[in-house]
Design a protein around this ligand. Structure first.
Ligand SMILES: [Zn+2]
Length: 306
């Protein structure tokens, strides 16, 4: 299995268009020790030809252009991107689907709840269903192991397992719709297993950790974990108001370094990093703490063969 990180920032990217925090100002001024980042996007393949996207970021068009493996190969209209697996219905996780609307067949794996939000309540997603077999919506059930198949039905050999991480749906989902949805399907983490048994864990939004989840993580080779905020009050300190990290469904990095200190097996990588997070600055004490704890801070363009 080949894993590529096409984007590693949280919603808004880094720098964020309307943000003048210390990080965003420094990176615009060319005075930042660290890299700009696009919004979180991961792509995986087993055979090097058919690619599966975990989510579809608002930066997907530029991310595809920056990744030669994802360029068209055969014929005038074609894409190696064959399927998308959705972990939630967040705008920065699904908006990229609309960028893939050029009548290209695409399988979209989602829970029934996420599919209903997008297809029934957001008519713009009808652009993915203008011709037969354009978008092949494929439901999966929580906790089950399912095979990732391409738009043509071909089995990639990759298997995906999902965990429920949060019961919090995006703010744009209307209350009457929310009451009809399965709470456990709001926000998921994935473990992707290759035919050789190597495992990737993808967990961009983790509100809390329990022992069962910890055990799952210890069976993985690579862990891509929620690195949104360094501290619980980060946004409040930067903006003067707002929600805490935990209220937004993200356990802060400084807690994760303690909570996951016993994790031995996986290579541990933070992704989905908000532009305000001080660990983005490679000259910062926070960045040093992360590295000394055996963690890495994901950058756009990283790839792993496992
Ligand atoms: Zn900023």
């Amino acid at each position: 299995m080949l894993v590529k990180i096409l984007g590693s920032a949280a919603g808004g990217a880094f720098p964020q268009w309307n943000c003048a925090c210390a990080n965003c100002r420094a990176v615009r001024a060319g005075a930042f020790r660290g890299k700009p980042r696009t919004q979180t996007q991961v792509a995986i393949t087993e055979d090097g030809r058919s690619w599966f996207l975990l989510g579809a970021s608002p930066d997907l068009r530029a991310q595809i252009e920056a990744t030669p493996e994802l360029h068209p190969r055969d014929g005038l209209r074609q894409s190696p991107i064959t399927s998308v697996v959705l972990a939630n219905a967040d705008v920065d996780h699904v908006l990229g689907l609309l960028l893939l609307r050029e009548l290209q067949p695409l399988r979209i794996y989602a829970t029934g709840s996420v599919r209903r939000i997008l297809r029934k309540d957001n008519s713009m997603f009808g652009m993915l269903e203008r011709i037969p077999n354009q978008a092949l919506w494929t439901d999966f059930a929580l906790g089950t192991n399912f095979h990732l198949c391409g738009a043509n039905g071909q089995d990639s050999g990759l298997r995906c397992q999902s965990w429920s991480l949060s019961t919090h749906y995006p703010a744009y989902v209307m209350p009457d719709r929310q009451s009809q949805l399965a709470l456990g399907e709001a926000s998921l983490g994935f473990a992707i297993e290759s035919p050789s048994g190597s495992r990737l864990a993808y967990m961009p939004a983790v509100p809390n950790l329990d022992d069962a989840l910890l055990q799952q993580l210890n069976s993985c080779d690579i862990l891509l974990f929620d690195g949104t905020f360094w501290s619980d009050d980060e946004l409040i300190r930067v903006q003067g108001s707002g929600q805490t990290a935990l209220q937004m469904g993200h356990v802060p990095v400084e807690s994760t370094l303690i909570n996951l200190a016993g994790l031995r097996r996986p290579r541990k990588i933070f992704l989905h990093i908000n532009n305000t997070n001080p660990m983005l600055d490679e000259a910062s004490a926070e960045h040093r703490r992360v590295r000394n704890a055996g963690w890495e801070v994901a950058e756009d363009g990283w790839q792993f063969d496992l």
